[in-house]
Ligand binder design. Structure first.
Ligand SMILES: [Zn+2]
Ligand SMILES: [Zn+2]
Length: 256
């Protein structure tokens, strides 16, 4: 799998984009930067989008991608059913944006929406995709993605502490998870359902204790105004754990 980080942050600016991860050019994890981070030709090649939860920073580019897809062909959007309901009610409602599930025509809409159920694997574009519940919003999910015969990637989306129950069910070679703020912002981060370095370290230590190894870890969803402090704490954590742990950046490519 070729993995491309299109957006690695929780704020958008000239130098930071919202979280989106592209797998082999065809499968996307979250939609924070699917139009702002891709050419129109690349948007055309995209086949399916997996949404981790309903917060707007993870959906932001769906309307602009939908407008492009009126001429580029149908994309499949997978998400927990409550997230699809939010899309229908608030974004694709014919008021803010067209109903992309019926336009440009009901036979060939811009988007087709498919609900995902936790722990029920799906075959999407030849990848085996499994969703797992995550502690962030009531319907948040993580996605495990595996190419045929290959290792797996786990993307948690936004998550607070409490990943221990997930570790028994997955064995990723690559873990893409979030680190929104540094430990000095611990209270605010926990209130928002996010990790800080201290809590990520506890989650990773639990993983190693249970599984006997640590995956390569790539971190997204950083607040750019706090990134310097986050980076210092992550480098220290990587040394202490003896682990491969790095902050993602826009344009980063990974092979799995
Ligand atoms: Zn969120
Ligand atoms: Zn977010």
């Amino acid at each position: 799998m070729e993995i491309r980080i299109l957006g690695a942050h929780n704020l958008e600016s000239m130098s930071s984009r919202l979280v989106s991860i592209l797998i082999d050019g065809v499968l996307a994890l979250d939609a924070g930067s699917l139009s702002s981070g891709l050419s129109l030709a690349e948007q055309g090649r995209l086949e399916a989008i997996l949404l981790s939860h309903q917060h707007y920073d993870h959906l932001k580019d769906l309307p602009t991608l939908g407008l492009a897809c009126m001429g580029l062909g149908t994309k499949a959007i997978y998400a927990p059913a409550p997230v699809l309901e939010e899309l229908r009610g608030h974004l694709f409602n014919g008021r803010l944006y067209p109903d992309f599930t019926a336009k440009p025509s009901p036979e060939k809409p811009a988007f087709r929406l498919f609900p995902v159920e936790p722990r029920q694997p799906l075959d999407i574009q030849g990848y085996r995709v499994t969703a797992f519940p995550i502690s962030h919003t009531p319907s948040s999910v993580a996605y495990e993605v595996r190419a045929p015969g290959g290792p797996s990637l786990l993307y948690t989306g936004d998550t607070g502490p409490g990943l221990a129950s997930l570790w028994g069910e997955v064995s990723p070679r690559l873990l893409i998870t979030e680190l929104t703020g540094p430990d000095s912002w611990e209270e605010t981060m926990l209130e928002g359902g996010h990790l800080t370095p201290k809590h990520l370290k506890a989650e990773l230590s639990g993983f190693r204790k249970l599984k006997g190894y640590l995956p390569q870890v790539v971190l997204v969803h950083m607040n750019p105004t706090l990134e310097h402090e986050i980076g210092d704490q992550v480098r220290e954590m990587a040394r202490e754990l003896g682990a491969s742990l790095e902050l993602a950046r826009e344009g980063m490519r990974l092979e799995l």
